[in-house]
Design a binder for this molecule. Structure first.
Ligand SMILES: [Zn+2]
Length: 288
């Protein structure tokens, strides 16, 4: 394939950021930190290796995901606790914040709600930054390991991919049949996972997570949340997933409630302000 004469000039055009995010509503991290300082633990759930567990976090409370026993990656799904159709939107979160999430950034919900579901308030892996391979932690570029892709690439019937773990956990939590619960499982925040895209081929890569027991990622719940976390069968994701070969460890989820009055001035974010008419007049049932 021959290149045009001005190929170098075309490649040299500098990029522009698709979604400049300096107009995004900013979280009041100082207020959250003050509220967290006086918070008390109200619940905890242990996620067993190659399994998933669900948890509830009321709006205005915190949840912490911790590494215990050994390096382990977690796949996180979030839903509006009162409406499973409002769920974490990995793609738009990536467009707004970039490939990996850090302290102060948000997990945004699906259209038409598009509002912050949770804000990252603490990250003990915040020191990691972006390594020499272009890798970083807590990505929103992967999806979740699933048995369909496993079957496509290698055949077989493996039942403990994060997709299946999350499906079983949500079915158990809600009473929905498995095939209905499965439809609510969505692309995840890859907690602690270290990933990037190769520079030469642009392929999604993973490498051993730098997480160690005691490390944690903590969130402020902006709305009432139902969460599900899977302890990925890939363990630290240093070699492979979608099998029982990797060393796997549990993860711990803890919920903390601030003291009454500690969030003075904060309110749970409203649904997105777009009127949903799409240029064709009022929508029945839309009440703003
Ligand atoms: Zn997984």
């Amino acid at each position: 394939m021959s290149e045009p004469k001005d190929a170098a000039a075309r490649r040299a055009v500098p990029p522009v950021i698709c979604y400049p995010n300096d107009t995004l509503p900013q979280p009041d991290l100082a207020l959250y930190a003050a509220a967290r300082a006086g918070a008390v633990k109200t619940a905890e759930v242990r996620v067993e290796p190659r399994e998933a567990a669900t948890f509830h976090v009321p709006a205005g409370q915190f949840f912490r995901i911790s590494s215990v026993d050994g390096p382990q990656v977690g796949d996180l799904n979030l839903w509006n606790a009162d409406d499973l159709t409002e769920r974490f939107y990995s793609g738009k979160t990536r467009a707004l914040h970039g490939t990996h999430l850090a302290r102060g950034e948000r997990m945004w919900s699906s259209l038409p709600s598009l509002r912050p579901m949770a804000t990252i308030t603490e990250d003990t892996l915040g020191w990691y930054g972006i390594d020499g391979f272009g890798g970083s932690v807590h990505d929103v570029i992967g999806t979740r390991c699933d048995p369909y892709t496993g079957n496509l690439l290698a055949g077989g019937q493996y039942h403990h991919c994060c997709h299946s773990n999350l499906t079983r956990a949500l079915a158990d939590q809600t009473g929905l049949p498995l095939h209905e619960a499965e439809r609510h499982v969505h692309d995840v925040l890859n907690v602690f996972m270290c990933t990037g895209f190769t520079r030469d081929t642009g392929q999604y890569f993973m490498k051993a997570s730098p997480v160690r027991p005691g490390d944690y990622l903590e969130f402020f719940a902006e709305i009432d949340l139902l969460g599900a976390l899977s302890a990925c069968p890939g363990g630290d994701c240093s070699a492979q997933h979608s099998s029982d070969r990797a060393a796997c460890y549990p993860l711990l989820v803890e919920v903390f409630a601030p003291a009454p009055g500690a969030l003075e001035g904060w309110s749970s974010p409203a649904l997105n302000g777009y009127d949903r008419t799409h240029g064709r007049g009022p929508v029945a049932g839309h009440s703003e």
